[in-house]
Design a protein around this ligand. Structure first.
Ligand code: BTN
Length: 274
């Protein structure tokens, strides 16, 4: 399906969104810095964090020229997506940063499901998957100082209203956009508002009740129970993905040793059933 790129973000009524967010006394989205174009919202958010901006400040761009994904990959970010980074000062130890990614993934799924009855799933650690293809990626980066975590930047890239042909050919079959998968033109303003409200809910929830967020993540998981292979620390583990720890790591029951292995970074692929 061909979709014309929309200048949807231009029409965003950001003051309406912040009004609603401030009315609900939320942290996330209480300030929104909107840009037509940025190299990456991550870099801009880092500059703001270094100046001790308010927690929950959002940097959003209509398009990015050097969007970044995990493991230093490029993130293609044309108009029509939601590209944003959020500055957080969570009371977490650096090892717990993955929890931010997991909680954001549940927020993305909840919003898409509630607004449009479209049902994505979560692949550990940071992918939102629809029809077997990645439609959203989440990148959380922390700055670690002498006393622990100074700040964390939560980046979300949601491939919403642009045609999947704008994605690199090598991602064909692996990544797509919500409109290409569903044929539905999502209301970007509505999705953004609901996403910020939901992110605020899940953020507060995992700070106080992290078990709840982990079980919510598990309920959306397409990773658990699957035969997976994980490449991390320069080696590959294969086995069954069994659970998520309190710090957000993935536990794999390794097929060669029968032992549980904790994976907290790297690349995990789901192995096709033979
Ligand atoms: C991934 O799946 O590898 C994570 C992708 C994260 C992309 C978002 S888009 C907004 C923010 N700015 C960036 O440059 N990256 C994140």
């Amino acid at each position: 399906m061909k979709v014309v790129l929309n200048k949807i973000m231009k029409a965003l009524n950001l003051s309406k969104i912040t009004e609603e967010i401030n009315h609900q006394k939320c942290i996330i989205g209480s300030k929104i810095h909107y840009h037509d174009v940025l190299e990456s919202t991550m870099a801009e958010a880092k500059n703001l964090a270094r100046c001790n901006c308010e927690e929950g400040t959002v940097v959003i761009a209509e398009r990015q020229t050097s969007g970044r994904g995990r493991l230093d990959r490029n993130w293609i970010s044309p108009e029509g997506g939601i590209w944003m980074s959020i500055i957080l000062y969570p009371d977490l130890i650096p090892d717990e940063i993955p929890l931010i990614t997991l909680s954001a993934g549940t927020a993305v799924c909840t919003v898409i499901e509630q607004l449009y009855q479209v049902y994505p799933g979560l692949k550990w650690p940071n992918d939102v998957i629809l029809n077997g293809k990645k439609i959203c990626g989440i990148l959380t980066e922390g700055s670690i100082g002498r006393t622990g975590l100074d700040y964390a930047i939560l980046g979300i890239g949601l491939n919403l209203n642009f045609d999947s042909t704008h994605l690199p050919v090598e991602l064909k079959g692996y990544a797509s956009t919500v409109i290409s998968e569903t044929g539905i033109l999502f209301n970007t303003e509505e999705v953004l508002k609901c996403l910020l409200l939901e992110l605020d809910k899940t953020y507060n929830c995992f700070i106080s009740e992290r078990k709840k967020i982990i079980s919510l993540w598990e309920s959306y998981s397409i990773t658990l129970g699957q035969n997976v292979s994980a490449f991390f620390d320069n080696h590959t583990i294969t086995g069954i993905a069994t659970r998520i720890t309190e710090k957000g790591s993935l536990i794999i029951l390794a097929e060669n040793s029968g032992k549980e292995v904790e994976v907290n970074s790297g690349v995990v692929s789901i192995r096709p059933k033979i």
